[in-house]
Design a protein around this ligand. Structure first.
Ligand code: SF4
Length: 319
């Protein structure tokens, strides 16, 4: 018999977008997912009906080991501001960061939901008094709120499911492994490779245009969005073009450049829909390529673009 697992979901410095995203899970839906995995939701702000008093009691039970918590999910960053007090985000008059720390220490697995909880996200740049940090990272730097050495009861670091918002598949794939206590392989940013092991570029329907450097210069065309319109697909790890959003589409399929929402530096304080360039070539290139070789190869590939494809692109470009 499968042992019942329990999940506690807390919201902190965020916009609830991750909750909206997982509520859109539809094949199967969120409730069927939890049911089939044997997960009992102790608390979720959009799904639970406990009164404030009952919720206080539940938290007290968890913190005093009367109720077991298998998964502690945090949505939103940990607010440490203003001036380190944490009073930007409170729970019953106390800084919520204290509750976050106490709950994290009790969980079998701690899961950071979305880019704010993983890397800080919106509210994590110095211009913001909120002092938002990720649970175990601040942007690229390990540490975050809980510190680099933090390990959950099952000896895992915080499992980072970045995304603004999270893709429902990232949560589903992760839970499916950990409910069975199967090993979860993580990347250097503690994200499950099962979802974050490939880039948004993988599976993009515009790959053939990228290959032959058929570039878009304005929205509504069907070339590659990397060279002018700021697409970060090749530098952003996520399976958006493998597992489509709402089983239907992705940003790049809809003609919108990937703006890198799973990256630790998101939201970059730069224009989203513009490619930063040096001497006419993008500053950021696909992960792992040699700059000089890539640029030489791209020029050759552009010259070698099949006539039919180039003609089609040029015709659309003129419109
Ligand atoms: S639009 Fe973006 S993801 Fe698609 S091929 Fe171009 S660079 Fe890659």
């Amino acid at each position: 018999m499968q042992v019942k697992k329990t999940l506690f979901w807390l919201q902190s410095g965020g916009c609830s977008g991750d909750t909206l995203s997982i509520l859109n899970m539809d094949d199967p839906d969120l409730f069927s997912q939890f049911q089939s995995m044997g997960i009992d939701v102790l608390w979720h702000p959009s799904l639970s009906i406990l009164s404030p008093k009952e919720q206080d009691q539940q938290i007290d039970d968890i913190l005093n080991d009367r109720v077991h918590m298998s998964y502690f999910c945090l949505e939103g960053n940990v607010a440490t501001g203003p001036d380190g007090t944490g009073m930007f985000d409170t729970y019953r008059g106390k800084p919520k960061k204290e509750l976050i720390q106490a709950l994290a220490e009790k969980a079998d697995y701690v899961i950071a939901i979305g880019t704010c909880a993983t890397f800080g996200g919106i509210g994590s740049y110095e211009i913001d008094d909120m002092g938002g940090v990720g649970l175990q990272f601040h942007h690229n730097n390990q540490g975050g709120y809980l510190g680099a050495d933090f390990r959950s009861v099952k000896n895992y670091p915080v499992i980072n499911l970045s995304g603004c918002p999270i893709h429902p598949k990232a949560l589903e794939l992760t839970l499916n492994l950990i409910v069975r206590d199967l090993p979860l392989e993580l990347d250097e940013l503690n994200r499950p490779k099962i979802y974050y092991g490939i880039s948004v570029h993988n599976g993009c329907t515009r790959n053939v245009s990228h290959e032959y450097k058929l570039e878009d210069t304005k929205f509504g065309e069907d070339g590659c969005l990397f060279f002018n319109l700021g697409c970060k697909g090749p530098t952003t790890r996520a399976s958006c073009n493998k597992y489509l959003w709402n089983e239907q589409s992705s940003k790049t399929r809809a003609g919108v450049p990937c703006f890198g929402c799973t990256r630790p530096d998101f939201p970059m304080p730069k224009p989203f829909f513009e490619t930063e360039k040096i001497a006419g070539t993008p500053i950021e290139l696909p992960e792992g390529v040699d700059r000089a070789q890539y640029l030489a190869y791209k020029d050759l590939a552009a010259a070698a673009a099949p006539e039919g494809l180039r003609k089609l692109h040029n015709e659309k470009h003129k419109k």
